[in-house]
Design a protein around this ligand. Structure first.
Ligand code: NAD
Length: 362
């Protein structure tokens, strides 16, 4: 029996369906449509069981509501999940079937949920999903989409790292600062490139050995992925999967600040206070990693590349404001960032934690 931890079920709708073609479970969690359609990527992953996938969709979709609201976007929060069989799909046809099934599920929601790319999904996968539904963003540029969102996500994280450095050390300049990037994928790789150009003292890690070559090109130190998050650094940038800060790992951290792209970096919200107690500045993930969301939102709202870039650059200022407010009011940056999102959502600050059950549709 696997424990999936605490889940707050305050969603508008959660739909789970066994794919007609593929037999794979497809899930869409719509957390909120208060500010607009619930936009969030589809994660294609081998979970221990469907309940684990459901847990992921529920948690990630709530984060998307906060992310869109904090970024000032007219979007709600949602997330898709396709539960891949252990060891991956049998062949390309099985994968295609699962994508088409997911497309049907998205279409059945009538535009309340709009999908995009997430871990395990490629722009080509979105093209397949788009065969069954028009509620798709993040298509390749040659298909009228906004292309890979990762460079803009990385840019937003870089701006937020500057804000953290300023708050922690008095200067936003990353030159000479030890910055440890865990996960050298689309975002982590782009972030490493940006920070290398600025003269940061980089250390990087990835479970994929192929990334070692990229580390060498960047002149970055290589960290063993088993202990990378524990390395001594000014800023730890988690850019792989979530849950890196939990009750055990929090005591093994040796960083001045945490600021990275991974969603749901804290195993639970109590970790924000624990980090504070340990003197570690935490820049909330949903506040700093919205660059890619801002980029794909262009496809819905039709604004231009320059405007999107301006909104991504502004992540630096909003992070600065959140960190300053947290300091002056003696609250955690997580609470300060939630308050920013709540104000936009027209909710009372720090809503009560009581949960209502979502509508589960088989
Ligand atoms: P990606 O799959 O391209 O990269 C993730 C990298 O992390 C891979 O290279 C993988 O090998 C590595 N990895 C996995 N587990 C690891 C571990 N335990 N230690 C070290 N490395 C590990 O994904 P991405 O698009 O770069 O996204 C990274 C994170 O940022 C994800 O959590 C994603 O949800 C989040 N995010 C991405 C975007 C975006 O624009 N791509 C936007 C917002 C949030």
């Amino acid at each position: 029996m696997v424990s999936h931890g605490h889940v707050s079920l305050d969603h508008e709708r959660v739909v789970a369906r066994r794919g007609e073609r593929s037999g794979a479970t497809a899930i869409v969690a719509i957390h909120s449509t208060r500010l607009g359609p619930a936009l969030g990527g589809v994660r294609i992953w081998s979970y221990h069981d469907d309940a684990e996938g459901l847990h992921d969709a529920i948690r990630l979709s709530a984060g998307m509501t906060l992310k869109a609201a904090a970024a000032g976007l007219e979007l709600g929060g949602g997330k898709g999940v396709i539960c891949m069989p252990e060891g991956g799909f049998a062949d390309a046809e099985a994968r295609r079937d699962a994508l088409l099934d997911f497309g049907d599920l998205v279409e059945s929601l009538g535009g309340d949920y709009v999908t995009a790319e997430d871990v395990g999904a490629s722009p080509e996968d979105l093209v397949t999903i788009a065969e069954r539904t028009s509620h798709v963003t993040g298509l390749p540029a040659d298909r009228g989409g906004s292309g890979d969102p990762s460079p803009l996500t990385a840019l937003g994280v870089e701006r937020a790292i500057e804000a953290c450095l300023e708050e922690r050390f008095g200067s936003p300049d990353p030159a000479g600062r030890r910055i440890a990037i865990v996960g050298l994928g689309h975002v982590g790789g782009a972030l490493a490139g940006l920070l290398a150009e600025r003269g940061a003292d980089l250390a990087v890690s990835d479970i994929a050995d192929a990334s070692r070559e990229r580390a060498g090109e960047l002149g970055a130190a290589w960290l063993d992925p088993a202990t990378a998050t524990e390395s001594e650094c000014d800023v730890l940038a988690p850019c792989a999967l979530g849950g890196v800060v939990d009750h055990a790992s929090v005591h093994r951290l040796h960083c001045g600040a945490i600021c990275g792209s991974a969603n749901n970096q804290l195993a639970d919200d109590s970790m924000a206070a624990e980090l504070e107690r340990r003197g570690i500045l935490y820049a909330p993930d949903f506040l700093v990693n919205s660059g890619g969301l801002i980029n794909v939102a262009r496809e819905i709202h039709g604004y231009g590349a320059a405007e999107a870039l301006g909104m991504v650059e502004a992540i630096g200022d909003s992070t600065r404001r959140v960190l300053a407010r947290a300091r002056s009011e003696s609250i955690t940056p997580l609470d300060a960032a939630r308050d920013l999102a709540s104000a936009r959502l027209g909710e009372p600050e720090r809503p009560a934690a009581d949960a209502t059950l979502p509508r589960l549709v088989a």
